[in-house]
Ligand binder design. Sequence first.
Ligand code: NAP
Ligand code: SF4
Length: 695
Amino acid sequence: MTDTTAPFPNLFRPLDIGGITLPNRSVMGSMHTGMEERIWHADELGEFYAERARGGVGLIITGGITPTRSGDLMPLGGRMATPLSVLHHRRITGKVHEAGGLIAMQILHAGRYGVTPFKAAPGSEPSPIHPFKHIRMTDRMIRYTIRSYGRAARLARKAGYDAVEIMGGEGYLINQFLAPHTNDRTDRWGGSTTNRQRFLIEVIDEIRRQVPRDFPVILRQSVADFVKDGQTFDEIALLAQRAERHGVDAINTDIGWHEAKVPTIVTSVPRGAFVKFTERLRDVVEIPLIASNRINTPEVAEDILTHRRVDAVSMARPFLADPAFMNKASQGRSGEINTCIGCNQACLDHAFVGKKVTCLVNPRAGRETTLVLSPTRSAKKVAVIGAGPAGLSAAVSAAEKGHKVTLFESRDHVGGQFAIAARIPGKEEFHDSIRYFRTQLEVRGVDVRLNTRASVSDLVDGGFDQVILATGVTPRIPEIDGVDHPSVMTYAQAVLGEREIGHRVAVLGAGGIGFDVSEFLTTPGGVDSPSLNLKEWEQEWGVTEDLETPGFLTKPRPEAPLREVYMVQRKASRQGKSLGKTTGWVHKAAVKGKKVEQISGATYEKIDDAGLHLAFYEEKKDKKGRVISKDLKERRVIEVDNIVLCTGQESVKELAEPLKAAGIDVTIVGGADLAAELDAKRAIRQGTEAAAKIA
Ligand code: NAP
Ligand code: SF4
């Protein structure tokens, strides 16, 4: 019987999957952490999972482990193929079991998505997003690979894993067999639906031959490929039925290939956007169905489990952001959860360049054993100046250690640059980060002084042992003739709604903020944007509900832009190069869809009543890249009502020197430390590290 008075009663119901019982309906989905590859990372990786197990997650699924060399994601990738691997993985499973958790190993063969010269795949087309040409698999290679899946599952069980998950989505090897998009074979492994599904069915049979029937096998199945010539719904439904018949115990659903041009996990994707793709399988199978993607709060999870026909929810990044997510939810403390904001900046962006994964809002992720906020034995009086991301993380981390913290903020609210970002369409999740910090300030008893500009004498007279300066940045005002014209405003003024903005607007600067502001200016609704409206989002990205359409893709139909916007930069290079690896393409596609005119290689001549005057020069350079001549090519006046400056920032840190002169121990963090790469990931990390260092 469900206790309906407990918080999130459906989320906290146990669930049987094969021979195991999950204590609740949460699954930590597979994430590559960058620690799977090396044996010497086993203890660290074990501790990473153990912290999540202690935090109450129902079942942990590891990052993808390959069954054979041709399936490596990267050179020398994590593999389960020998008894040595069993020893290494026992250290991981041991830590999770000591912590009272359950852990499944994901078996992933990357196929043409491998970043190695040894990769193999069923079809001929190379991966559009990875280097190296792959080997087209022969019949013999296919049979060997099937056997290697069985071996990996048998060894995983020996290593103490409680289950295995077969990765059958995201465009990896199995998905490459399943969809005509990549399977152009004419032998028994290609052509008809039965032939394309044969590889997976034989993999399931082989695994079942090598592990007992009560050892759970989960299938990560793609239920929407979002690529041309992807699977149809009939094929997906048939595959689910066949998988169940052949011994799969649960289906963890998966959305979109890595090469898909539909965003599936970034902040701008509405929460729970893809649950309907999962619940359609309810009519055809009886085994548990696990919904995934953009489920990041217990409220969303509970709503899905209550109203939709699915049995569990998979959340991956939310457990990076907060390992204690489930415990906090079960104790009715969901306001204290550090919510994943879908930014990808410290997780996927790291994974894609082979860096160890961490989290923008939780810099302790992946550093559980080295960045420790251990309780202090002698509480110090700490002042933190500035309540942006750096100051907030410093204040709550120092307070967590037991220090007596006072947080000074000159504005009437906390959040700093996050409060600006949260008003950008599709970045509404930043409100959750501010909510998290606000709750932590309260729970940890930080003395918050809003509307207070701390002076040197306040800090000296206040008897503080340590000052953390997190005074942030101010927008840079470039030296352009007429920059003080009434049509000109900073991005902060524009986004915070402090100024009226006309119909035709020039955005100066095409960095992260230039792109954000261009989206803000062109999206109908402004801050009350409908960007999280599912129907409109599907139209914008060309997602269809038509079950007959392969891959569920149709022509994108973005809404008409609200304003006519020009985004200008001085560099001649393509705009958007500085954006995140896994999110930049989404922003670039969004401004293109909103018909923003992107102008590069411009020189700002002046601003006046006529608008923005630009000049374009042809430069000749010597062998060392020095400009040796410059000829005027063109002049252009962009007639605009307003000009928004997104031309970078300058650090604000005038308190630093006087404080040091007064003998106060000062640490500078975030934008105040370095404005050039104003970056919330660094800001939050520096704030936490500064607090961790206070003994
Ligand atoms: P940014 O990425 O450094 O871009 C600053 C822009 O201003 C550049 O386009 C630069 O282009 C121009 N600029 C610099 N100095 C100038 C000057 N003196 N006069 C005229 N133009 C000048 O900085 P940002 O856009 O302010 O973003 C700050 C940080 O926030 C970034 O590091 C980024 O990581 C982060 N962010 C990222 C995202 C995202 O990825 N979606 C979104 C928001 C913020 P030219 O020099 O070529 O003109
Ligand atoms: Fe979520 Fe961003 Fe953290 Fe990744 S880095 S887990 S997307 S908050």
